[in-house]
Design a protein around this ligand. Sequence first.
Ligand code: DHB
Ligand code: FE
Length: 283
Amino acid sequence: MIWGLATSHVPAIGAAMDSGKTREAHWKPLFDGYTPAREWMARHTPEVVIVVYNDHANSVDLDLVPTFGVGTAGSYAVADEGWGARPVPPVSGAPELSEHLVGELIDDSFDVATFHRLDVDHGLTVPLSVCWPDPGETWPCAVIPVLVNVIQYPQPTAARCYALGRALGRAVRSFPEDKTVAVLGTGGMSHQLAGARAGLINEEFDRMFLQAIETEPEKLAALSREEYIRAAGTEGIELIMWLVMRGALSENIRRVHDTYHVPASSTAAALALFEDLGAKGTA
Ligand code: DHB
Ligand code: FE
């Protein structure tokens, strides 16, 4: 495991890139905030990236919502979310590593669903664009989707997400082949898209979270789903997926860069990049 990235997955961020608006006044500050992280990631491209995300009822029907899932396909089509698929490359999978992860997680008592076929929505493709803005014909690495239910009550607890991340990290490290892997935790930060509190932003909570995800993940894992929704909004609970990412990293991490920007759509958007130093010695 070479690095972990937390990033918002707001669809409008992808749309701004797809329509060439990233240098316009409204969007420039957000994309300028990404630059140091993008330069660093361009120099540290993994062979496989595990993307922890949620489908937004685009490919996973609300009739059957698994709490956790892992994609095992050889490739994943880009979902049509109602106005045509994003003009980005299809996503290549890493089925052998996926099968290993599923086996290890189930042996570790995480009874994940497996997705042998899956179209990936903005929750996955926007973070790929955040990392690699100009992929050309193909993304620079293979992708393993890890799905978390954050949209239908009862969502998994933050503590369970953190524990899943720990198990995922162990599973990656036990893969017999030598592969460089990175992990993305997507979604957040505070936002609520509908209802009486639509437009909610809680900068104080977001700034606390942005710091604690590095230094005190246990504190974040101890918050209930109701505390997430109260503080960060109905969709702000997506932040529990950052804990899967954090759990998968070793104890020995270094913050490379972060940025926080309000608003993207009606969301507080952020990014935090951590190098995992574990492989270089202590963990
Ligand atoms: C929006 C959608 C999301 O899934 C998200 O995480 C943030 C914002 C939106 O529709 O604006
Ligand atoms: Fe979302």
